[in-house]
Design a protein around this ligand. Sequence first.
Ligand SMILES: Nc1ncnc2c1ncn2[C@@H]1O[C@H](COP(=O)(O)OP(=O)(O)OP(=O)(O)O)[C@@H](O)[C@H]1O
Ligand SMILES: [Mg+2]
Length: 217
Amino acid sequence: MASDSGAGFFLVLEGGEGGGKSTQADLVVQWLRQQGRTVLQTRQPGGTPVGSRLREILLDPATGALDPRTESLVYAADKAEHVATVIAPALARGEVVVCDRYVDSTLAYQGAGRAIDATELARVAAWATGDLRPHLTVVLDVDPEVGLVRAGRAGDGHDRIEAEPLEFHRRVRRHFLDLAAKRPDEYLVVDADREPGSVHADIRAALESRLLTEVRP
Ligand SMILES: Nc1ncnc2c1ncn2[C@@H]1O[C@H](COP(=O)(O)OP(=O)(O)OP(=O)(O)O)[C@@H](O)[C@H]1O
Ligand SMILES: [Mg+2]
């Protein structure tokens, strides 16, 4: 189960580029609000003022190559600030937090680069977040060839991550699926190569039972 997170519910959307995280986050937030929930919608990197600046550094192609440890620590700094000042307080207030990417993205992307030992990466991320784990992580699973085309169409040009070779994105996908397989109770893997409405319906179904049991009315 998730670590102590007050009375709230922590939902994370994960997956490779163009899987539909932003699209599904909007849909699920809209639905949760219709259910009368108080929802905080946020994302990583970038969910705080300092995080927005870190996000620019991390995604701007002009940043160029970063030493893998540096990159890990910048991601970790974003997470530490975000959990401490945004996510944990919202959960303590009993809200539903919907976050676009979280620790698993760091593990999958940096792990796929194979530059840093996976256990060390996980330790740094756990330290940064005070070991706060989501109640549910939805992995929007899509072939990277499909996802990258979608993300490219969405339009803000190729960022530092999207510019990685296809093989890198295949390893990222595999990482997400492996993480999900290790803790099936905390994950929902959704085939994201379908209509957004069908994907949303699966997410809603998974949330309906969990929210009834885990969130204070
Ligand atoms: N199920 C879907 N089928 C087809 N197109 C989709 C689907 N979901 C989202 N899209 C479209 O694909 C593009 C990328 O979607 P979205 O931005 O939601 O993905 P993302 O996972 O947030 O991407 P990124 O990793 O770039 O943040 C958008 O143009 C969106 O409208
Ligand atoms: Mg997005």
